[in-house]
Ligand binder design. Structure first.
Ligand code: FES
Ligand code: FES
Length: 149
């Protein structure tokens, strides 16, 4: 049993400490907004925040995040108000199939926390998530829009 702090609440998950956080989130806790893509820290579909840092949850064991603040896509909006990245994503019609988009949004939100006005180079360096639908240009535009919101 692992006690995890997720989206501001303590949640007990019946998992081994070496279980990847992604599986605890999806299978035990039911937070299925975080997606499985590659399982080897390459695609970013599983990105969540751990103490505010974008983290690929498929490749982090539960034991490494106990006592840390975990935020998933379900916890990004605050008090019913969408995060500025979520608003920009809607305004710019970013998602296509949508599968990679939770991870993209979480990565973008973490980037803006660290760099409120990122350059294109900052975005290229930070957003290494893979989108099979090719939304990269819209992602970039929406990040700039969120930065200026
Ligand atoms: S599923 Fe975690 S990076 Fe691809
Ligand atoms: S929107 Fe389809 S994979 Fe990115």
């Amino acid at each position: 049993m692992a006690a995890l702090m997720i989206n501001g609440q303590t949640v007990n998950a019946d998992v081994d400490p070496d279980t990847p956080l992604l599986w605890a989130l999806r299978e035990q806790i039911g937070l299925t907004g975080t997606k499985y893509g590659c399982g080897i820290a390459q695609c970013g579909a599983c990105t969540v925040h751990v103490d505010g840092v974008a983290t690929r949850s498929c490749s982090v064991p539960v034991s490494a995040v106990m006592g840390k603040q975990i935020t998933t896509i379900e916890g990004l909006a605050q008090n019913g108000v969408l995060h500025k990245v979520q608003k920009a994503w809607i305004d710019h019609d970013v998602p296509q199939c949508g599968y990679c988009q939770s991870g993209m949004i979480m990565a973008a939100a973490a980037l803006l926390k660290e760099r409120p006005k990122p350059t294109d180079a900052d975005i290229n360096a930070a957003i290494t998530n893979i989108c099979r639908c090719g939304t990269f240009q819209q992602v970039r535009e929406a990040i700039h829009a969120a930065a200026n919101a």
